[in-house]
Design a protein around this ligand. Structure first.
Ligand code: AMP
Ligand code: TRP
Length: 340
């Protein structure tokens, strides 16, 4: 077998991560985790719990430790196989923070000033935001490029950060006259890429929403899931036969989106199936579907919660494997830059 053949059969690399800042929810599952699971067979995957990103806003240490374990449990319960994929937490591989510093020296202030997530998270008092929150995207670029990952599955909200990652890779390559970092490709799901709050169809379903009724957590039992769907905001109109007619009905559109994503069906098909029905009927069907799809995950979450040593062991093993991949790449970076 020639070199070319070896390259052709070697798998492309995937990297993704989520912050351990609270309960993992249906938006995380449909927008991220479900996609991650699907990629495991075709790619070499690294899935990271990004605890260094979490501390860009204050985290209580005990809660952070618990949430890190909980996020790892959600990955496993959703179907990430820790033998096939590398599952680890970011701070266990110090090279992430080191490469982020190097990228702070590559990225330009003007680029970071354009990041909408910083503007959203810092709000009106941006002088009081941590410097870490401002350079959050350079740490994210380092997560990805430390492994020279080719593909990054994320929700739509992360697209701008991936564009910045490409800019950093390109500038690094140009500045040092090398062809070192690849241009990463985002992998974004069409259906279900953006799951909205069950209480306000214009807001993203989020870990930080004060209302528990706004989201379905991956730790919710069947009764809680059913109750939250029953209480979800809707309108009194029946379901139309086409998706376009839902444009001005964000809550209705969101429930159709969730149904489609859970059933792996286009939204148009869901509309055809339920055309003319009211939301009482539709919610009953959605509730059955959500419980059927989520109950194996919530059951596994409960099992993993009772066995923290098992989850910690997986994270430790993953960190060792991630470190082994990162070390030679970081060494090459040092050499390119002139660090001795
Ligand atoms: P976060 O919860 O912000 O740490 O996000 C972890 C992953 O879940 C990222 O890939 C996000 O894009 C995705 N995600 C978070 N919230 C949602 C949502 N409401 N709908 C779809 N994807 C989401
Ligand atoms: N910023 C991402 C989010 O909030 C999480 C993240 C950190 C990430 N590093 C990453 C996602 C690298 C993909 C690749 O959702």
């Amino acid at each position: 077998m020639g070199n070319k053949d070896i390259k052709k059969t070697s798998k492309e690399r995937v990297f993704s991560g989520a912050q351990p800042t609270g309960n993992m929810h249906l938006g995380n599952y449909l927008g991220a985790l479900k996609n991650w699971v699907r990629l495991q067979d075709d790619y070499e995957c690294l899935y990271c719990v990004v605890d260094l990103h979490a501390i860009t806003t204050f985290q209580d240490p005990k809660t952070l430790r618990a949430n890190t374990r909980e996020a790892a449990a959600a990955y496993i319960a959703s179907g990430i196989d820790p033998k096939t994929s590398i599952l680890f937490n970011q701070s266990a591989v110090p090279a992430h923070a080191e490469l982020a510093w190097i990228f702070n020296c590559v990225a330009r202030l003007g680029w970071l000033n354009r990041m909408t997530q910083f503007k959203d998270k810092a709000g009106k008092h941006k002088e009081r935001a941590s410097v870490g929150l401002y350079v959050y995207p350079t740490l994210m670029a380092s997560d990805i490029l430390l492994y020279k990952a080719d593909r990054v599955p994320v929700g739509e909200d992360q697209k701008q950060h991936l564009e910045l990652t490409r800019d950093i890779a390109q500038k690094f390559n140009n500045d040092f006259g090398v062809d070192f970092f690849p241009m990463v490709e985002p992998v974004i799901l069409k259906e279900g890429a953006r799951v909205m709050s069950l209480k306000d169809g214009t807001q993203k379903m989020s870990k930080s929403d004060a209302s528990e009724l706004s989201r379905i957590n991956l730790t919710d039992d069947a009764d809680t899931i059913a109750k939250k769907i029953r209480k979800a905001r809707t309108d009194s109109e029946p379901i139309p036969g086409d998706v376009e007619s839902l444009a001005a009905r964000p809550e209705a559109l969101n429930l159709i989106t969730i149904y489609g994503a859970l059933a792996d069906k286009p939204r148009a098909d869901v509309c055809t199936e339920f055309a003319g029905k009211g939301f009482a009927d539709f919610k009953a069907a959605l509730s059955d579907l959500a419980v059927a799809k989520l109950s194996p995950i919530t059951a596994e979450m409960a099992r993993l919660r009772a066995d923290p040593g098992y989850v910690d062991g997986i994270l430790k093993d993953g960190a060792g494997r991630a470190n082994a991949l990162a070390s030679p790449i970081l060494k090459d970076i040092h050499k390119i830059i002139g660090l001795t």
